[in-house]
Each structure stands twice: as C-alpha cells, then as structure tokens.
Design a protein around this ligand. Sequence first.
Ligand code: FES
Ligand SMILES: [Fe+2]
Length: 441
Amino acid sequence: MQMRHKLAALVEESDARFRVDRAVYFDPEVFEAEVAAFFEGGWVYLCHESQLRSPGDYFSTQMGRQPVFVTRRKDGSLGAYINACAHRGATLVPLQSGHVSAFTCRFHGWVFGLDGRCIKIKNQDTGGYLDADCRAQFSLTPVARLESYRGFVFGSLRADVPSLTGYLAGTKPWIDLMVDQSLQGLEVLPGSSTYVIQGNWKMQAENGVDGYHVSTVHRVFANTMANREAKLGLTGMQRTESGRLTGNVASAGYDFGNGHMAIWAQHTEPSRRPIYEQKERLERDLTPDQVDWILNRGRNLYLFPNVLLMDNPSTQIRTIQPISPDRAEVTVRCVAPIGESQAARSARLRKFEDFYLTTGMATSDDLAALEATHLGGYGRAARWNDLARGGAGFLRGAENKDAARIGCVPQTSSENWDHEAIYRGFYRNWKQRLLDADVTT
Ligand code: FES
Ligand SMILES: [Fe+2]
C-alpha cells in the first residue's frame, strides 16, 4: 500500500476524537520510513558538550542505524563523523567514549586526525597509489549538520534541514530552565544505564511525557519512599518530593510543534529538591517567574525524535534508539548543575537511582506498563489507541498566559497533565514528516 494511504488509515481525528491505530508500533514498513525520515533524515540529539571537555575526547552513538561519533577538535570546536574507516569501513571508534590524540583503525592501521583528515596510510609508499597526495582523498565522512543549543549537541545526516534553533522552536525556554540553574551550565555525570525495551520507540517517547499514568503507576513508589523515610528518619534533601505523584496538583501539557512535547506538575515540597539550595542565587540572576518555574515545577520535555530532558527531584537525559518495530534501546544519564554542593549532588544521585534507574523503584514500573501496552498491541482485533482526553478545551498558542511568563509559546496546551492533547501534535507531525519524506506518495 502506498504510504500516504497507509498513514491516512493509521491516524483518525475529528473534533471529538483522536485515535491511533496500534499498527504504528508494529508495522515494519512504517518503522523503516521512520528511521529514514526522522533518525537518518532530520535533527537527532547526539550528546552533551560536557561529555567532550578536551581536544581528543570522543563520544560514539547512532543516528538511526548509522554509527557516528562526535569529537572535540584541536581548535576546541566539535566535529561529527560517520564511524567508519575511509579505507574499508571498520568502525573507527570502538568504545562509547574515550580520549585519543588521533583515531587509529584497528584493521590496517590507517590514522585519522581529530579533524577527520587521513594523516597516515600504513605502507603508503609500497601501495602503488597513483596520487602522491592520496591521503587527501580519504577523509572521514562528516555528519552533514552539527549544531548545539546551550550545550546540547544535535546532528542531521541531511544538510537540507532548518537551523537547530528553528527546529527546537518553543522548547528553548524550557531547555534554558535547566541550563540556567548554574552560571557554569550543566554537566553529564559519569555512568549511564542502558536497557532494551520490548516495545516501539514511540512508546518510550509517549511514556516520558504521560502525566496520566503517574498517579497509578508511581503510587507504589511514593508509598515506598514515605515508608523508607519514616523508618530511617531521613530529612531535608534526603527525602523524596512525591506530592505530584499522588496528589491533585497544578499541572499542564504542551505541544510545541515539530513533534516536541512537555508536561509539568507543581511540587508540594520543593525544598526537598537539590536545586532548592540555589534559591538565593537564582533569585539574584533570574526573573521571579523563571525561579518559580525552576524550583516549584517538575518538568519533562521530549525533543523529537530521540531525547527526553527531565527535571524533577533528580535530573536526567534519556535517549531513545530504535532497533526494530518492537524493540528500542534506552539510555539514562544523570545531568546536574555545575558547582552544586556535595550534599545536593549526593541527593541528586540517590534520587536518580531511586526513580530513573531500571534497578530503581519507578522506571521499572514504567517499563512494566509500557511492555504491557506492547503485548496488548498484538490483539489486532482491538485496533485503536484512544488519545481523546482533553481534546476539547485546549489552549492555543499565546492564550497560555502561564507559559508566557517564561517567554514560552506552545502551539497548543492543556491545563492538566492528565490530558492527552499533546499527542495530537506529536502524531500530526509524525504523519506529516512521513508524508513529506515519502517518494511514493
Ligand atoms: S579498514 Fe581501516 S585501515 Fe583498513
Ligand atoms: Fe512514569
């Protein structure tokens, strides 16, 4: 079937209804189109600049199925290249991260500089190369576009994409709320956790900004934390901020366009958050509205297609790598304001372990729910995922005065994170991008 006809049948919307055929999580043709259009055809989050502090530091990852690495060059700028030797294609960077003075291929020993240029061909003089300057022909292939926004590094394998700031659009004030927590910016902390989910990559994208599940899935976490805190006599930042997990607090969901989505919920006891010790500094340097948003609201931001930035009692960067229609690899890293106190850093890491690690007590519950939706999706006779909640009565753009306090203009928003209106924006973008990329339509 032509993709245009397939997509028309997969997303059904009217004023009262918005539903998505569960085939979007299973169809191999859709998956291939997604990888080509989004992960290998548009902006993809790669890494954070703090992971590449010195010339020669590198970080390897994938864009869709293509292995790439980012490195800090001698002049301090960043470069990104396809992770394949220019000779016969061996991956050049074998580890996820490290430090080198030059990239030496393990196969035949060719050497490449930090700027991607070939600087040595083993036994070049006996190779019979006709061109004495043959090394110039063997530079690494650069990633077509590489740009950063306030330390977050993105790449695109296609050159004909808009600027990164144009792509991020209305999400920038949300990113700023994380970065402005320290005058020195953010740093990704050592260590990460990677796991494979039995489900489609979009399930992780949806789950990361799904406020509706919190009071069911994470009630157990909140109760467990409360019991632990009482038993151990924990105080201050050692305690968990869990009011948003169980109570009726102010909240909202935003559709930023381009597939980007976000939710926030009010904290009932913000002083338990590690950032709270910075209150006076923040009040000196930022507007009262920015400080309010930073200290008093837990925020989850999803940047299409592959990264979630979460700023709750702990803080994380969560990346999503599609493997197949029914598998995705997820990696979580703790990110923190540079220069926070030892007590705050320690509290942030303990809260990260409690909630965000798969060995913790909340993400494991998320995964059980996510994988249940995957299993249920095999019931093809029951075809639709309903996403109609909050579809009526959402706010358009500048109608959201609360968001405007931080210079943020979402395309649409709901004044309740229980609503699912944000997914309308996600799936409209998803469908349009697939249509735009499809040569068969
Ligand atoms: S494949 Fe790298 S030197 Fe031959
Ligand atoms: Fe969750």
